[in-house]
Design a protein around this ligand. Structure first.
Ligand SMILES: *Cc1c(COP(=O)(O)O)cnc(C)c1O
Length: 406
């Protein structure tokens, strides 16, 4: 597959106004016009390259948007103040009152709550289903369905969606396939596989320094312009605009995304293999035991590996909590939600980022209370990390000690 996203991002050149190697940061909410006629035309959407007001667009946000479009290989991209800002804008842009959505049942808790609870106000309903069951997806589509929505690698169960097949189903019914690719930037080229709209939380791997919240929507030029339309664009009118200073800092971090993703994947793969050998209940798309392993191999860009996320089921919430506290004490990572940081982050999904999903439904999904979601960090010596994690598990009786550890 011809996927040169990292090269495309690195080839983007924007110079500062004094020839700086980074673009100048736009520090204005509003912009002057030389003539009143130009201002009118800009409001009508007829003047390209003119800035109007920074909720509509700003140079720094456009630069980051361009890098996101290069990441996914889409015509265009808009940036948002958060991943949820991006996701909710896309959904509201595509749906009218009374419409219907077909959605994977394992998705980010905030997206789930938005679809299941918030959209009730607008009488928009969602069928949550097993996205790996393509027949079920086809059966769920009605004349009112406005999109198929899923995550490329799902949060927190790490299910792999068959994007090419889902795209075929969506095309057949003339509806867009919307894919949240937050867990697998560079690993999976969602748009290239057939997603019509790709959403990202930039808060996670893409920014990678856990210092801000941001999001993006990648898609056609028409769709992205529509989101910014002054009369009925959900991006423009909901107003979840990213601040220019943050857009500039995220763009700088994106230049090293390819190196970070490779290291996250390498470390996660190493730990997953070791944990599996130890007989632990580990889920990682890079393991042959993962139901989506073959599909992942078909969809992924091999040089970036299988991603930095893995889950470990240690049996009970009490065990999970004890292990996370001990690992934090041993400086192996932080007991925190979110992902994509240089340090390993872990949380018990059922009681944190997926707590919006009722316990009964969690059970049906296979989301058990003892499930710990790990975002594996950029540890320089992952074998040492493994030995320390193992030691923590032995201390708590999750693993029995091995005398001759090699
Ligand atoms: C975090 C996350 C979001 C929401 O992003 P925010 O930047 O926190 O609004 C959406 N989807 C996935 C898969 C996420 O992990």
């Amino acid at each position: 597959m011809d996927y040169k996203a990292a090269e495309r991002i690195q080839d983007l050149q924007y110079f500062g106004e004094f020839g700086g190697v980074n673009p100048s940061i736009s520090d204005s909410s509003t912009y002057t016009f030389l003539t009143a006629k130009t201002m009118f035309d800009t409001f009508e959407g007829n003047t390209e390259g003119c800035y109007l007001y920074s909720r509509h667009s700003s140079p720094s946000n456009l630069y980051l948007g361009e890098a996101m479009a290069q990441l996914e290989g889409t015509e265009s991209a808009n940036v948002f103040a958060s991943g949820m800002g991006a996701i909710s804008a896309v959904i509201m842009q595509l749906c009218d009152s009374g419409d219907h959505i077909v959605c994977s049942r394992t998705i980010y808790g905030g997206t789930y709550a938005f679809l299941k609870n918030f959209l009730k106000k607008f009488n928009i309903t969602t069928s949550f289903l097993d996205i790996t069951d393509l027949d079920a997806v086809t059966r769920a589509i009605t004349p009112k369905t406005k999109m198929i929505y899923c995550e490329a690698i799902s949060n927190p169960l790490l299910e792999v969606a068959d994007i090419a097949s889902l795209s075929k189903i969506a095309k057949k019914h003339d509806i867009p396939l919307v894919v949240d690719n937050t867990f697998s930037p560079l690993n999976i080229g969602a748009a290239q596989l057939g997603a019509d709209i790709v959403v990202h939380s930039l808060t996670k791997f893409i920014n990678g320094s856990s210092d801000c919240v941001a999001g993006a929507v990648c898609g056609t030029k028409d769709f992205c312009l529509g989101l910014k339309d002054v009369n009925n664009g959900a991006g423009m009118l909901f107003g979840s605009t990213l601040d220019s200073l943050r857009a500039a800092s995220i763009l700088k971090n994106m230049r090293t995304l390819h190196i970070r993703i490779k290291k996250h994947s390498e470390n996660a793969h190493y730990l997953a293999e070791q944990f599996e050998k130890d007989g632990l209940k580990v889920v990682y798309p890079g393991l042959e035991s993962h139901p989506g392993h073959e599909l992942m191999k078909k969809q992924m860009n091999p040089e970036y590996g299988f991603g930095g996320m893995l889950t470990l089921d240690v049996g009970s919430l009490d065990q999970a909590n004890a292990l996370m506290e001990l690992m934090q004490k041993e400086k192996l990572g932080y007991l925190a939600v979110s992902l994509g940081f240089y340090k390993t982050l872990f949380s018990a999904s059922g009681t944190s980022t997926s707590s919006e999903i009722p316990e009964e439904e969690q059970k049906q999904l296979g989301l058990s209370q003892g499930l710990i979601r790990f975002s594996i960090g950029l540890d320089n010596d992952i074998h040492k990390t493994y030995l320390s994690m193992r030691h923590c598990m032995e201390t708590l009786g999750i693993l029995s000690p091995v005398s001759a550890l090699v």
